[in-house]
Design a protein around this ligand. Structure first.
Ligand SMILES: [Zn+2]
Length: 223
């Protein structure tokens, strides 16, 4: 069920998807190839909450409270989908059809958050995945440490070809600001996927340094 609170500026959507079971992933790779064992064949039920941020940058309370005990997250790892369109649902459905080298189905989408670009999700829409709701490890970085302790954020788009939309940039600043505040993550630990492994992700047109600088200077959080 969805409720629109305001359309005053950027409208964000939080979809918290629930999947009944979860198991650790066997391996990980980049972006559109996030891994995990599939143990539940059900479609992705979701509960949606709309909210809006007046300046697209900050709110007084945390917008994505998980229902499970919170993990002590240490990193924010930024990705692009390397596709022109997509959504939590499409990525989840894609990945849960795949098997890892051990013959186990992937659990599904490996990210904790996805930010839409208007093709598959609203432009600037932030959707939390079941991994965030359940506070479980990601499967996005190719690094055990960063999967276990990093919040995986994927922006839909191929930023090797074009830049994120302005709404996506507002959204990712908002998300980084809120998560870094809540988990006391310093700016140096807000990293692109390419800081963890050799990859183009999140793309040459995603200017992470600018995003981090703008976010931390605006929010006044740890640096
Ligand atoms: Zn990536």
């Amino acid at each position: 069920m969805s409720v629109i609170l305001t359309r005053s500026s950027v409208l964000f959507l939080l979809n918290v998807a629930f999947v009944a079971n979860a198991a650790p992933p066997a391996s990980t790779t980049c972006c559109k190839q996030t891994f995990g064992h599939r143990v539940a064949a059900a479609p992705v039920p979701s509960v949606s909450t709309f909210f809006a941020l007046p300046d697209g940058a900050n709110v007084g309370s945390f917008a994505w409270p998980p229902s499970h005990a919170e993990h002590s997250w240490r990193y924010l790892v930024i990705h692009h989908s390397a596709t022109n369109n997509g959504s939590v649902r499409s990525i989840h459905n894609d990945h849960r059809q795949r098997m890892d080298s051990a013959g186990n189905y992937w659990l599904g989408i490996g990210y904790h958050f996805v930010i839409g670009n208007g093709n598959g999700m609203e432009d600037g829409e932030i959707e939390a995945t079941f991994r965030w709701k359940k506070q479980i490890h990601g499967a996005h970085s190719g690094s055990t440490v960063h999967n276990a302790n990093g919040i995986g954020i994927c922006l839909i788009g191929n930023f090797q070809n074009s830049a994120p939309t302005s709404n996506q940039l507002k959204a990712v600043r908002t998300l980084i600001g809120q998560l870094s505040n809540r988990y006391h993550i310093p700016s140096r630990l807000v990293i692109g996927h390419n800081a963890v492994k050799p990859t183009d992700c999140p793309g040459k047109y995603f200017r992470l340094q600018d995003v981090v600088r703008d976010t931390f200077s605006k929010d006044g959080v740890n640096s």
